[in-house]
Design a protein around this ligand. Structure first.
Ligand code: NAG
Ligand code: NAG
Ligand code: NAG
Length: 236
């Protein structure tokens, strides 16, 4: 069995930059080199979302707004707290033969993996080495970094496909949220969302390489049921 190791590495000279190192260097992982990126919406015919940052917010990704980055205690006003930094690809934690896992760029040594839960693009709970919460089926791969001929941009794909941003109801205000929630096109999200008459807009996820410093972790609150069953999963 191959042991995989994700190391969040604090580089003194580069001020907290995160390197994701896979301990198992395989032939497959030589093809793609893990890098840190900031993801953006690319769709020039949808100016209302074009060039918005794709932001990690409480376990989901949205086309805009601020990221829920939590600063390390030693630097409470860290520069990247409202920026989503992603890193990859690395060897899959579930299959040593493929290099297609992606992570949020964090200092948390457990990492925060990017996953699909149902049709939603999500990320795992902070401060736990458990892949995901109880009773949720997550699909972590395949992510790939590709050069897209149409947009002439470097993009992130899931299962070889692009993305959609869909309108979503804010259960607190009872209104549609200003930012669209990100889903994988590969699961036919457009059809799913249209069933609720919420508008979805396809887009390509443009990646911009970055050396911005990492945050400690990105917030994702525990649902109440998890707080009851498994409080050890929940950062208080
Ligand atoms: C993020 O925070 C910085 C500094 O606090 C600010 O200059 C920048 O406009 C913010 N970005 C967004 C998207 O709000
Ligand atoms: C990885 O490749 C090896 C050798 O070809 C194979 O035995 C193994 O089943 C593969 N693992 C997975 C999870 O596909
Ligand atoms: C951009 O959005 C428009 C309007 O929803 C859609 O028709 C088009 O396919 C999208 N383009 C890309 C490249 O995703």
């Amino acid at each position: 069995m191959v042991i995989h190791c994700l190391i969040a590495y604090k580089d003194i000279t580069m001020r907290n930059s995160v390197l994701l190192l896979s301990a198992s260097i395989t032939a497959a992982s030589a093809n793609e080199v893990a890098k840190a990126y900031i993801p953006y919406v690319w769709n020039t015919t949808a100016p209302e979302i074009h060039d918005h940052p794709v932001q990690a917010q409480n376990g989901f990704f949205y086309t805009g707004g601020n990221a829920d980055g939590v600063c390390p205690t030693y630097e409470p006003n860290c520069a990247s707290s409202n920026t989503t930094i992603i890193s990859g690809p690395t060897t899959s934690p579930y299959n040593p033969n493929v290099t297609d896992a992606f992570w949020l760029g964090v200092l948390d040594p457990h990492g925060q993996e990017m996953v699909m839960i149902g049709h939603d693009f999500r990320y795992t709970l902070p401060k736990t080495n458990l892949g995901n919460g109880p009773n949720e089926k997550a699909i972590n791969t395949p992510f790939s970094v590709e050069f897209d001929d149409f947009s002439q941009q470097t993009v992130l794909r899931f299962n070889g496909d692009d993305w959609v941003g869909c309108q979503v109801l804010d259960t607190v205000t009872g209104r549609i949220k200003p930012d669209l929630i990100v889903q994988a096109l590969t699961f036919g999200s457009v059809l799913w969302a249209n069933a609720f008459e919420y508008k979805c807009t396809p887009f390509k996820m443009r990646l911009e390489e970055t050396t911005a410093p990492a945050v400690d972790y990105y917030r994702r609150d525990c649902p109440d049921k998890w707080k009851k069953c498994c409080p050890e999963l929940c950062v208080s």
